[in-house]
Design a protein around this ligand. Structure first.
Ligand SMILES: [Zn+2]
Length: 214
């Protein structure tokens, strides 16, 4: 079961396709790929994404110690298939307390990563200066650029497998987890990673709209 589709750029309501438009539309953002999150069966949603997604579905392998999957969202319609996905993970912050991390893979123009980071989007502006972090994605060292966001979170963006890879972390200190060697694997290439994932308490950050701007 999933919630009704919302706008990936503002999480606001959408108008369904009608006589005048074949696509879902947001009053503010025009034609968009409807965004949904899995509610009752996140395991099944992950399995389904691993076969239907048109972009990578990233999961850390190994998962940081005591971290688990806390939510799954995706954007796309029946015509396009999922063009963006967001995997929420939760676990202990390196400095203590709980932390959350959302991994987003998305085709340009969808705007889900920017919304979760709290940016106007849909795509990152020119990546400034040097990258600050590196993850390994599908066996490739992948540079991640920090983006300026609200002080309650940290966000990084890079490119992997030809599409955007966003990492958004709460609280901002949780970015320290990137100092550890974070290895991401594409569940589309290795469905067994999804099958052995542990799911826990549901993420709020996937469904609560971020005010954009700083
Ligand atoms: Zn919108």
């Amino acid at each position: 079961m999933t919630i009704a589709g919302t706008c990936p750029r503002c999480l606001g309501p959408l108008r369904p396709p009608d006589l005048w438009s074949s696509q879902y539309r947001c009053d503010e953002h025009g034609e968009v790929s409807p965004y949904r999150t899995a509610v009752s069966s996140r395991e099944q949603a992950l399995r389904s994404l691993s076969t239907s997604s048109t972009v990578p579905v990233w999961l850390p392998e190994p998962m940081p110690v005591h971290w688990y999957v806390s939510g799954i969202g995706w954007a796309g319609d029946d015509r396009t298939g999922p063009r963006a996905n967001a995997l929420a993970l939760a676990g202990p912050c390196p400095l203590g307390g709980p932390a959350e991390m959302i991994l987003v893979a998305e085709a340009p123009g969808v705007g889900l990563g920017a919304q979760l980071a709290g940016l106007a989007g849909p795509d990152p502006e020119a990546l400034p200066g040097a990258s600050e972090a590196k993850v390994e994605a599908a066996g490739h060292p992948t540079a991640m650029w920090p983006v300026a966001v609200r002080p309650d979170r940290a966000a990084f963006v890079g490119e992997a497998r030809g599409v955007w890879l966003w990492l958004v972390l709460w609280p901002a200190d949780a970015a320290l987890i990137l100092l550890e060697h974070l290895v991401l694997r594409n569940v589309r290439d290795a469905p067994e990673i999804g099958e052995r994932s542990f799911f826990g308490a549901v993420s709020e950050h996937l469904t609560v709209a971020s005010p954009t701007g700083r």
